[in-house]
Design a protein around this ligand. Sequence first.
Ligand SMILES: Nc1nc2c(c(=O)[nH]1)N[C@H]1C(S)=C(S)[C@@H](COP(=O)(O)O)O[C@H]1N2
Ligand SMILES: [Mo]
Length: 234
Amino acid sequence: MRDRRENRSADRRRRGGGGRGAARPAVCLAAAALLALPLAGCASGSAGSGGSSSAPAAAPTAAATGSPSASAAAGTPTASATPLKPGEVRITGQVDKPYTVTAADVRKLPQVSVSVEFTSAKGPQAHTYEGALLSTVVTAAAPRFDQSKKNPFLRGVVVATGGGDYRAVLAWAELDPGFAKSQVLLAVSEDGKPFDDAAGPRLVVPQDTKGGRYVSELNQLWVGTVDAVVDGAR
Ligand SMILES: Nc1nc2c(c(=O)[nH]1)N[C@H]1C(S)=C(S)[C@@H](COP(=O)(O)O)O[C@H]1N2
Ligand SMILES: [Mo]
């Protein structure tokens, strides 16, 4: 079962390099302007949701405002209707600005390097990963945190889904460097070797001593809060 991935994905991941060099629909990150990336393909949303909508406390920068998104109001981003290409990661959920990012896009963001140790079925692992902070990527989607609550981002979660429908949850506080000593990455290389663009990035969770949340072949980052689950609403 899990070995479905180890046979398939892990090898694919390790192939590294190469891949689809073509231009991609851009990242709609707050950093987009800085990086001179176009904003095409980004669902714009924003404002208009009253006091219950806002960027997270630790937002690096506020994303530009745009026309209101009907999908944002419905809580079902239109972005999810578009099929993903290999290597693409959809940032979706209870966010005002769902968008899709590729490994190539992630490489254009400020790069952070972390050396980590964890254990996996293969035994002790020690690697150096490089990539963007997960916080940067998910914050750019403008999570709808309820500002009427105290520390609303503490209700936030990011659910990472990777190859083989493998899935792991992180609490927002764990990935927010403004809150915890966190360097959770969307890694695009391992030990200096780039992941295959078609395989997509890997989640790197330096505080974990087990490899379980090092989700590889990422294809979705769902961002939201646990309120609906906890309160039993919808
Ligand atoms: N997509 C995906 N990512 C995954 C897994 C998986 O089955 N599928 N297994 C996890 C587990 S349980 C571990 S221990 C590590 C193993 O990483 P390694 O193969 O680099 O040692 O990957 C994690 N990431
Ligand atoms: Mo594992």
